[in-house]
Structure formats: structure tokens, C-alpha cells
Design a protein around this ligand. Structure first.
Ligand SMILES: Cc1cc2nc3c(=O)[nH]c(=O)nc-3n(C[C@H](O)[C@H](O)[C@H](O)COP(=O)(O)OP(=O)(O)OC[C@H]3O[C@@H](n4cnc5c(N)ncnc54)[C@H](O)[C@@H]3O)c2cc1C
Length: 316
């Protein structure tokens, strides 16, 4: 059981001391809370095996707007998921955790989203027991190569930063004890190229530092969507066709066959055009909907699309 305000990174550090680890973790782990992930709902690293973040949460204690304190568990937990705190203030959460194990990673590049999709479909079909599948699109890989170097008193600290291919760069991660034979074959049968161990190590070390590329921004226009895996490539194609700015995208595959696409467009808040360009976020949301997907998390804009508000929680 944890208090809802604990930061994921801190929780993971604490669990490690007891030989344990969280099952799923968002890439915002250095600053986001366990309660925030339930209230906003989401998926993260580990979601290929363990599904949505809330699927690793057993129960939650909530202070309702009436002042009443209630526990939500099992099916009732749904009354909290993605409701952005409108059900009440979550104070405690009981989480499912796993044994801490050494993990291995393989990174591979794919020339387009269809090839990446094919590799993931083969992995799913063959039940290759991976823990996490996450990827960057070519625009993001390119920006990572161009991101400013880490300096300390003028000295470059990350001299051996590897150069990423400007392609879809996917990282497959699994506990070292598991038999994942068939993984490299699945990558190569989709015309993917297995990258160096140095890149795989670097990519996983960078998991929680994705906003580094924002230094090139200076601002980002975000659009977070969810699409079914079978439509992922057509969603990428549509985005390329309709959005004139480069769309940097980080993706995560979920156990239910959906893919989260966290999209960011570089812009400048100081520019007059920034406000109009923000509407591109809605264009990306429309592309997701046309491809059988939806907005990723509700937020205030999409809240009317959510049926589950606090009245349901109190009245049922
Ligand atoms: C760099 C970056 C990477 C990200 N990566 C991911 C990712 O991998 N997966 C993902 O799903 N999302 C991701 N996000 C989005 C976001 O960080 C997560 O959804 C995160 O879980 C939000 O948690 P938070 O603690 O920051 O909540 P906040 O942003 O502070 O709050 C989110 C909502 O939840 C409500 N809320 C927060 N705490 C409580 C509480 N205790 N009780 C009731 N309501 C509450 C708030 O009122 C608000 O409506 C990312 C964001 C960034 C900037």
C-alpha cells in the first residue's frame, strides 16, 4: 500500500531495497505520482506484459466530495480511472508488484511503421514473453541525435552518446531469465535491423529523459492518442500527410493490442502562431478516431466523453 502522492521513481527505488519492482511505470516517473496515474489513466513501460497502469492497482482509498471516505476495489476501481480526480481525492493505493529481476534489451530499427507493426504482430502471435515494447519515430530519433550535448563546466559529458538511425527505433525489453528465442527472427522477418547493444543500453537509460529534446523546442504542442496496432501504420501515414510540422512520437504497445502514441510538435510559445498551431493537436486526435482509436487520457477537453463522474461513484 502506498500514499497516492508518492513519485514513481522514488517508489521504484524503495521497492528495489526489498528485491521488488513495479509492474508498469510511466515515462514521466521522475515527477509523476501513483495517484495521478490512476486519476489520469495510462500505460507505460511494462504495459506490453501487464497492461494499463490501473491493472496493477488493487484498491484505492478516496475522500469523496461529500467528505465520506470510501474504498474502491475490483470492478469499482473503474469509477476512478481517467476521471481526473472528479470522483474524489485518492489518498492510498494498493499496488501489485513483481520480483526484481535483471532485464535485457534489444533495440532494432525499421524503415517504416508497417515493418514495425509486422514485427510486433509476429511477437504477439508467437507469444514471445517480453515485458515492454516501446519505440520512437524517425523524427524523434533525428531530434535525439541533434539534441545539445550534456555539459559540465563546458566539458562534454556524453561523448560516447550513440547516433541513432533516423528510422523507427524500437526497444524490446524482457527479464534476463526468460527464453525469448524468436525475437531476433521476428525483427528480421519484418525487415528490421537489430542495433548494437550500446544503443539498446543507451535507449533504456534514456527512458525517463524523453523531454531532453525539448531544449530544441523551445515549446512542444502535445497530442496523445491511442490506436489499435493494426491501424498504427495508417495513423502514422495520415499524420505525415496532414501535419506539416515534424511530429515527434514515442510509442508503447499495450497487452490489449493497442498502441499509445505520445506526439509532440516543436513550436514556440512566444510566436503568435502558437495558439493556432495548437489546433493541430485536435487534427491528430481526429486521425486517431478515424483509425479506430481515441484521445489517450481524458483531460478537461475530452472529459464530456467520459461517463463516469463522481455522482456515479457516490450513488451506486
Ligand atoms: C515527459 C512525459 C512523459 C510521460 N509519459 C507518460 C507515460 O509513459 N504514460 C502515461 O500514461 N502518461 C505519461 N505522461 C502523462 C502524465 O505524466 C501521466 O499521466 C502521469 O501519470 C500524471 O500523473 P501526475 O502525478 O503528474 O498527475 P497530475 O498531472 O498532477 O494530475 C493528473 C490529473 O489527476 C488528478 N489527480 C492527481 N493526483 C490525484 C489524487 N491523488 N486524487 C485525485 N485526483 C488526482 C489531477 O487533478 C489531474 O486532473 C507523460 C508526461 C510527460 C510530461
Amino acid at each position: 500500500m502506498v500514499q497516492s502522492g508518492i513519485i514513481w521513481e522514488k517508489l521504484e527505488r524503495k521497492l528495489k531495497e526489498s528485491g521488488l519492482s513495479v509492474r508498469t511505470i510511466p515515462s514521466s516517473a521522475p515527477s509523476s505520482t501513483v495517484g495521478g496515474w490512476l486519476a489520469q489513466s495510462g500505460a507505460g513501460y511494462g504495459s506490453y506484459e501487464f497492461g494499463w497502469g490501473y491493472e496493477s492497482m488493487e484498491k484505492a482509498r478516496v475522500v469523496l466530495p461529500t467528505g465520506e471516505i470510501r474504498e474502491f476495489s475490483g470492478h469499482e476501481l473503474k469509477k476512478l480511472i481517467g476521471t481526473m480526480g472528479t470522483t474524489g481525492i485518492i489518498t492510498e493505493i494498493t499496488l501489485k508488484v513483481q520480483k526484481l529481476e535483471e532485464r535485457k534489451a534489444v533495440s532494432a530499427s525499421f524503415s517504416d511503421a508497417s515493418a514495425l507493426k509486422k514485427a510486433v504482430e509476429t511477437i504477439r502471435k508467437k507469444n514471445i514473453p517480453l515485458w515492454s515494447i516501446s519505440f520512437l519515430n524517425p523524427e524523434w530519433a533525428d531530434m535525439k541525435n541533434k539534441a545539445p550535448r550534456k555539459l559540465h563546466y563546458g566539458e562534454i559529458m556524453d561523448k560516447d552518446r550513440p547516433v541513432l538511425p533516423v528510422a523507427y527505433v524500437c526497444t524490446f525489453m524482457y527479464p534476463a531469465s526468460r527464453d525469448v528465442s524468436g525475437l531476433k527472427e521476428a525483427i528480421e522477418s519484418a525487415d528490421g535491423t537489430v542495433l548494437s547493444e550500446e544503443i539498446a543500453k543507451h535507449e533504456t537509460e534514456e527512458w525517463f529523459k524523453s523531454m531532453k529534446v525539448k531544449r530544441l523546442g523551445p515549446s512542444f504542442i502535445p497530442a496523445e492518442i491511442l490506436v489499435p496496432l493494426e491501424k498504427m501504420d495508417s495513423a502514422f501515414e495520415e499524420i505525415k500527410k496532414k501535419i506539416k510540422l515534424p511530429v515527434l512520437t514515442e510509442g508503447m504497445v499495450i497487452s490489449d493490442g493497442n498502441v499509445v502514441l505520445l506526439c509532440f510538435m516543436r513550436h514556440s510559445e512566444r510566436s503568435l502562431l502558437f495558439n493556432t498551431a495548437f489546433a493541430l493537436s485536435l487534427s491528430i486526435l481526429k486521425i486517431a478516431e478515424e483509425n479506430g482509436g481515441r484521445a489517450y487520457s481524458s483531460g478537461l477537453f475530452s472529459l464530456p466523453r467520459k461517463k463516469c463522474l463522481w455522482r456515479q461513484a457516490c450513488c451506486n
